[in-house]
Design a protein around this ligand. Structure first.
Ligand code: MRU
Length: 294
């Protein structure tokens, strides 16, 4: 099984998530600049995958020689909200005094860790945490079908999650994001399951934009709202979600769809990539070591 992100013959190799679902291909990344570009374009994305990308970015920088700390800092800043990226960079960088091989060993160790808890294709390090739970529930006969929010503006749900579910043979339907509350009101949803990009010490959760609205709707309808994430996504330096930096992306992602303008010329847009769901709306927050806060 192809890993979402891997280290092959001295290069970082990723599944190009910008090309899915139309084209399945891998990209080789040989420089820090190529890696940063891939992270910024979301060719590699999702919090756990970004942790591995950060660590492998340090490997690329260390092998190139030069100002490794500065290069590592550039990688860590490529996206601000998912804490795993800077966590992965810091973890690999801490090994630099022991040499390049130690940095690589640390990065490879992280790949194994991530794979272990999230087996399967993009799910390995994509929405692997939340969908990992789903695979288990499905195997136990607890899941008939899945409603997949399309996830505007970049359609990670329609393009990537649907692709993963199709591969796994799990029945699913894609719905517009603005149909989610209606689906809940009609009794079509038993549980909302999401991942996370950064979790504050008190359990506030930053995740893909729209998550907060889902949590509000789920609470209104008495539906469990469950977050699944690795411990590395918990940022204990933040007491609550108020200080989580929210990435704002280009207006073009909202005003255009697949390169075609869907708004008048010159239209501006509000395009935050993430929102923060308060802990009070989270029914359960599950990590590999148990619930959080414990
Ligand atoms: O902007 P993206 O596609 O990187 O956002 C990803 C998400 O919000 C995921 O839900 C999150 O990283 C959890 S992945 C287990």
């Amino acid at each position: 099984v192809q890993r979402t992100i891997d280290w092959v013959d001295g290069s970082v190799v990723i599944i190009d998530q910008c090309a899915l679902p139309g084209i399945y291909r891998t990209l080789r990344l040989d420089t820090v600049d190529e890696l940063i570009d891939a992270i910024a374009r979301l060719a590699v994305r999702g919090a756990p995958a970004l942790g591995a990308a950060g660590a492998l970015g340090v490997v690329l920088a260390a092998r190139a020689g030069g100002a490794v700390s500065e290069e590592a800092a550039r990688v860590a800043k490529a996206r601000p909200t998912a804490v795993n990226l800077s966590w992965g960079v810091a973890r690999a960088l801490a090994k630099l005094p022991e040499g390049v091989d130690a940095v690589l060993a640390e990065a490879l160790e992280m790949l194994r860790l991530l794979t272990h808890c999230n087996a399967g294709r993009l799910a390995t390090v994509g929405w692997g945490t939340a969908l990992g739970v789903l695979w288990h529930l499905r195997a136990g006969g607890f899941v008939d079908s899945v409603l997949v929010d399309e996830t505007r503006p970049l359609l990670q749900g329609a393009r990537l999650t649907a692709w993963e579910l199709a591969e796994a043979g799990i029945p699913y339907r894609v719905l517009p994001d603005n149909a989610a509350a209606a689906a809940m009101s009609r009794g079509l949803v038993d549980c909302v399951l999401v991942g996370a990009d950064r979790i504050a010490a008190n359990g506030d959760v930053a995740n893909k934009i729209g998550t907060y609205g889902l949590a509000i709707a789920a609470r209104h309808h008495g539906i469990p709202f469950v977050v699944v994430a690795p411990q590395s996504t918990v940022d204990y330096s933040l007491p609550d979600g108020g200080s989580i930096v929210i990435e704002e992306r280009s207006p073009v992602e909202v005003t255009h769809l697949a390169g075609v303008a869907i708004a008048p010329p010159g239209a501006d847009a509000f395009n935050p990539a993430f929102d923060v769901t308060p802990a009070s709306l989270v029914t359960a927050l599950i990590t590999e070591t148990g619930p959080h806060p414990a």
